[in-house]
Ligand binder design. Structure first.
Ligand code: URA
Length: 232
């Protein structure tokens, strides 16, 4: 692929801007200063460095973000900054989207990608992708509440009772794994079971667990081999 096209495909600007990056000496190809934007580059194993940012070329990108509270999973947020403000411009430029949404006050694992097929697989109800939440409740969690969540509670937008894999994890702490992604689903399920969510944190989606090394506001790339295991 021609170097300017390769740079553009990774979100580093328009074709014109990418040519300028090369012509002003801001681009390394596999660690070596690029001579011309017209150079042909092999994309397999290609590492681009643009203004000091090292980037391994990838046709599609997969990210895990540790979402903090008080950011919105929207390009047009209403009350808080957008989650996209935590990403560098080249990821936004290549059209990375949230894989499902978390409420503004929910923290934890948010996946993002520019791979539409992956997003569809992860979010379509048909695939029943499990998502695990750590829930702090206002009142002590009772056996009856756990049993109700396991058996299924009635939500006004679901024809059938909605259940989850619920476990008491402390006096006011609950682990709840659900397969759907309805609006405020965990909060509504816990309310329907007779308690109230105080804090909500997602620590797992499918087989992917939020790495303990990823601090709130930080993001990391997920390697394609790992992506395969999340959405086989
Ligand atoms: N359920 C909720 O209620 N909120 C979230 O952010 C995610 C699941």
């Amino acid at each position: 692929m021609r170097l300017d096209k390769a740079l553009q495909s990774q979100g580093f600007g328009t074709r014109k801007e990418c040519r300028l990056h090369v012509n002003t000496g801001r681009v390394l190809v596999n660690g070596v200063s690029a001579a011309s934007p017209d150079d042909e580059v092999e994309t397999v194993g290609l590492v681009l460095t643009v203004s000091g940012v090292e980037w391994a070329f990838a046709e599609k990108v997969y990210l895990a973000l540790h979402k903090p509270a008080d950011v919105e999973c929207s390009h047009t947020p209403t009350h808080h900054p957008s989650v996209f403000s935590l990403l560098p411009p080249y990821l936004i430029a290549r059209g990375v989207q949230c894989v499902g949404r978390l409420d503004a006050d929910t923290t934890g694992l948010l996946l993002l990608s520019d791979d539409g097929t992956f997003i569809q697989k992860m979010t379509s109800p048909k695939h029943k992708m499990p998502k695990r939440y750590v829930v702090t409740c206002a009142e002590p969690v009772t056996d009856a509440q756990v049993a109700a969540l396991r058996a299924g509670v009635v939500l006004n937008d679901a024809p059938e009772p909605v259940s989850g894999d619920a476990e008491r994890a402390g006096e006011r702490l609950l682990h709840l794994t659900i397969a759907e992604g309805k609006y405020h689903q965990v909060k509504r399920m816990v309310a329907a079971a007779g308690n109230h969510v105080v804090t909500l944190h997602r620590d797992r989606v499918g087989a992917f667990e939020l790495p303990t090394t990823l601090a709130p506001r930080e993001w990391m790339r997920i390697e394609p081999t790992i992506v395969q295991s999340i959405a086989p």
